[in-house]
Design a protein around this ligand. Structure first.
Ligand code: FAD
Ligand code: MG
Length: 334
C-alpha cells in the first residue's frame, strides 16, 4: 500500500514536472488584442499582475471610460483644471514633449477630429469642410496647461479633448515589460495590438524575428522580417483603422494642420528603439510628417531606427536595421 502511494506521489511529481508553464496569455484591452508570452517562467501570478496593470492604465487613460482621467479632463475643458493620477500626468507631459518636438504634427488634443470622423465608431464618415474648419481651432497642444505641483491638467478651450490613442499603448507595453524584468524573467514578448517589446534573445542566442505587417493585406501577412534583441518595435499605418468611401481610403492618423488623414505617399512607418511609449509617439509623428521631413526629428533621437513603406511598395530603412524583405512585391530602395 505504502509502495503504491509512493508510486502515486512519484507519478504526480513527474506529471507536475512535465506540465508546461502557461506559454502566453491573450486578453482584450486598450481597444485591441493584447498578448504576453513569458518563456520558461510563465507564472500565473506574473500574467495576472501584467494584465491588471494594463487594465489599470486603460481605466485611467481611455476616452471611452467616463470615469477615466482623460474623460474627466475633457469634460472640464474650458471650465477648470482636473487633478489626475501621476501616470496619466506623466504620459500627457510626454505627449506634449512630442507635440513640441514635431511642431504639432503629433497633437494629443486631436480628440475632436477623431470624434468628427468617427474612425473608432461603427459608422465613420467624411465630414464637410465646414465641420473640419469648426474643430481645427480646438486642436492645439499649446492649450494644455500642466501643473506638476498639483498633478492637474487644464484644457483652456471648451470643446477641446485629449486622445492618447497614439502613445498610451506604448506606455502600457513599457509597464508590462517593467513587471517582467523585475520578476527576473529573461525572455518574453509583449504585444499590445502591434506595440511590441522583445525582451532578451531567443533560446538559441539568435535575435528575435519580428514580422512587419503588410499594410495592404489581411492581418498576419508580412512584407519582411526584422531581427532584433531587447528592443521595441511600433508601426503606424493606414491598415489599423480605416474606412473606404467612393474609392478613397480614409485612415485614423490625422494631419492636425488640415484635419484630414495624413497623406504623403506612405503605407506605414515603423520605429525600432528602446522605449515603447516613445516609439508609439514617433511612429505616429513619422506617419504624419512623411519621409522627407523625418530628419527634423532624428537629429534629436539616438538609438532609433526606422522602416518606411511607401504606396509604390518601395521600402526605405535606416542603416542600423536588420530587415529582410520576404514578400517579393515589395523592394528596398535605400
Ligand atoms: P497610432 O499611430 O499609434 O495612433 C493613432 C491614434 O492616435 C488615432 O486612432 C487617434 O486616436 C490618435 N491620433 C490621430 N492622429 C493623431 C495625431 N496627429 N497626433 C496624435 N494622435 C493622433 N479603441 C477602441 O476601438 N475602443 C476602445 O475602447 C479603445 N480604448 C482605448 C484605450 C486606450 C487607453 C488606448 C491607448 C487606446 C484605446 N483604443 C480603443 C484604441 C485607440 O482608439 C486607437 O485606435 C489606437 O490606439 C491606435 O493605435 P495605433 O498604434 O494603431 O496608431
Ligand atoms: Mg503611435
Amino acid at each position: 500500500m505504502a509502495f503504491k502511494s509512493k508510486i502515486f506521489i512519484l507519478v504526480f511529481i513527474l506529471f507536475i514536472g512535465c506540465m508546461q508553464p502557461e506559454s502566453s496569455r491573450v486578453d482584450f484591452a486598450l481597444g485591441t488584442v493584447c498578448s504576453i508570452t513569458l518563456f520558461d517562467q510563465g507564472l500565473d501570478s506574473i500574467y495576472n499582475e501584467i494584465f491588471a496593470r494594463i487594465h489599470e492604465i486603460e481605466s485611467l487613460m481611455s476616452v471611452n471610460i467616463p470615469s477615466s482621467d482623460i474623460s474627466r479632463i475633457n469634460k472640464a475643458a474650458g471650465i477648470e483644471p482636473v487633478q489626475v493620477h501621476k501616470d496619466t500626468f506623466m504620459v500627457i507631459e510626454r505627449a506634449v514633449y512630442f507635440a513640441e518636438l514635431s511642431g504639432g504634427a503629433f497633437d494629443p488634443t486631436v480628440g475632436p477630429l477623431v470624434s468628427l470622423w468617427g474612425i473608432n465608431r461603427d459608422e465613420p464618415r467624411v465630414p464637410s469642410q465646414d465641420e473640419i474648419d469648426a474643430v481645427l481651432p480646438l486642436i492645439n497642444w499649446r492649450n494644455i496647461k500642466l501643473d506638476s505641483q498639483t498633478s492637474s491638467v487644464y484644457l483652456t478651450q471648451k470643446g477641446m479633448a485629449l486622445d492618447l490613442g497614439s502613445i498610451a499603448k506604448g506606455y502600457a507595453a513599457d509597464e508590462a515589460a517593467a513587471i517582467i524584468r523585475k520578476a527576473g524573467i529573461e525572455r518574453a514578448i509583449v504585444d499590445l495590438g502591434g506595440n511590441i517589446i522583445m525582451i532578451g534573445e531567443r533560446k538559441d542566442k539568435n535575435p528575435w524575428r519580428v514580422g512587419i505587417q503588410n499594410p495592404i493585406e489581411k492581418r498576419g501577412a508580412v512584407i519582411g522580417v526584422l531581427q532584433i534583441t531587447e528592443k521595441t518595435v511600433v508601426t503606424s499605418g493606414i491598415y489599423e483603422r480605416y474606412f473606404d468611401k467612393d474609392g478613397i481610403r480614409y485612415h485614423h492618423i490625422f494631419d492636425p494642420s488640415n484635419g484630414y488623414p495624413a497623406k504623403n505617399g506612405l503605407l506605414s512607418a515603423t520605429v525600432v528603439t528602446d522605449i515603447s511609449m516613445d516609439a508609439d509617439a514617433l511612429s505616429t509623428i513619422l506617419f504624419v510628417l512623411g519621409y522627407e521631413k523625418r530628419m527634423v526629428l532624428f537629429n534629436y533621437l539616438p538609438n532609433t531606427e526606422t522602416i518606411f513603406v511607401f504606396q509604390d511598395n518601395s521600402i526605405r530603412t535606416t542603416d542600423g536595421v536588420n530587415f529582410t524583405v520576404t514578400d517579393s512585391t515589395f523592394f528596398i530602395k535605400n
